[in-house]
Design a protein around this ligand. Structure first.
Ligand SMILES: Nc1ncnc2c1ncn2[C@@H]1O[C@H](COP(=O)(O)OP(=O)(O)O)[C@@H](O)[C@H]1O
Ligand SMILES: [Mg+2]
Length: 324
């Protein structure tokens, strides 16, 4: 298939970036993954001569910025609550006029909330599974009746499948109710999509080749995906027109959600109809050796070091004007 090429590099001089904080770790549940991602990004930037330094968590960054130690931030914190993916970090940095990689306040905050992201997609005519919003104390049985089983129940503002429950029948609904009570925050109940799970990386204005996540022993096995270690990743995940369609949809969904710079859009493909359904956007995807975003970039011909450079380039002012 024909692919859109990436634009030429905007600079080849690492000095242009000044001192760069690679912000990693933090206090979210995804701390360990973030440290792994961060170390990789740091090594990649340093290998290209960038004056990059590790900073662990937002308080340490605040301290360093107060002392004028950094010119820009490569954000590789994952998650919310002390993670850097929910708009809090972005607002703080905007106030200090410190450029940062990835989405701004709006894109970060919106995509951290699955319910509001889906509402925006629906209003833009983009396909996302039918759902019911579940505020704390909501009646899960009534919601399940409205949607029809099976359904997926998940927190609106968590990641990494934290608190997600697949509900096939009435008995499983009890377990979902227990999880919802324990969680205590806003959740959503979503129509279950039976089919393939795919993800599409976005780099600037380009959708990278999709990745299809294939659990061993079947095309659809939730247990296998999360418990077993022999999951396969196919890239590109689809062929021809279908691959073209998923990339176009992911890019449209990313833009509609006000996400910018780079990120990953999770999509389900219904087995019976080939229809694509949008699940969510991640604005600071993993950059570990197992992560999907660098895999897709590699398939596109972009090595890890080039990928980190290109993401960092997005913090440079456009035509000498304000930073994005
Ligand atoms: N509506 C759905 N139908 C089928 N599977 C789903 C559905 N929603 C979520 N899942 C499964 O749960 C996983 C996590 O859901 P997702 O919405 O991507 O949230 P997060 O990755 O933030 O936990 C998905 O990758 C997919 O395997
Ligand atoms: Mg996901």
């Amino acid at each position: 298939m024909t692919t859109t090429l990436l634009p030429a590099l905007r600079t080849t001089d690492p000095a242009v970036f000044g001192r760069v904080a690679v912000l990693m770790g933090g206090t979210s549940s995804e701390r360990a993954v973030s440290l792994d991602s961060g170390r990789n990004v740091l090594a990649a930037l340093q290998s290209r001569g960038v004056d990059a330094h590790a900073v662990d968590g937002i308080p340490a960054l605040v301290d360093a910025l107060v002392h004028g130690m950094f010119d820009r931030v490569f954000n590789i914190l994952h998650g919310n609550k002390g993670g850097g993916e929910d708009g809090v970090l972005q607002g703080f940095l905007a106030a200090f006029e410190i450029p940062c990689t990835g989405s701004g306040v709006l894109g970060s905050a919106l995509t951290m909330d699955k319910i509001r992201t889906k509402q925006v997609w629906l209003s833009a005519g983009l396909p996302t599974p039918r759902f019911v919003r579940l505020p704390p104390g909501a009646d899960l049985r009534a919601a399940a009746q409205a949607l029809g089983l099976p359904v997926f129940v998940k927190p609106s503002c968590e990641g990494s499948s934290v608190g997600a429950v697949r509900v096939e029948n009435e008995a499983a609904l009890e377990e979902a109710e227990r999880v919802a009570r324990e969680y205590g925050g806003e959740m959503l109940m979503e129509a279950l999509v039976v089919g393939d799970e795919l993800t599409v990386g976005i780099l600037g204005d380009v959708a990278l080749p999709s990745i299809r996540i294939v659990p061993k022993g079947g095309w659809y096995d939730y247990q296998a995906k999360y418990v077993a270690e022999d999951t396969q990743y196919l890239c590109p995940g689809l062929q021809g027109e279908q691959e073209h369609a998923i990339r176009a949809l992911a890019l449209a969904a990313f833009r509609a959600a006000a996400a910018t710079g780079w990120g990953r859009v999770d999509v389900m493909r219904e087995i019976d109809s080939d229809k694509l359904w949008l699940l969510e956007v991640n604005t600071a995807p993993g950059m570990t050796s197992h992560s999907l975003f660098p895999k897709a970039a590699r398939e596109f011909g972009v090595a890890f070091e080039d990928l980190c450079w290109r993401i960092l380039e997005q913090t440079l002012p456009i035509d000498g004007g304000a930073t994005p």
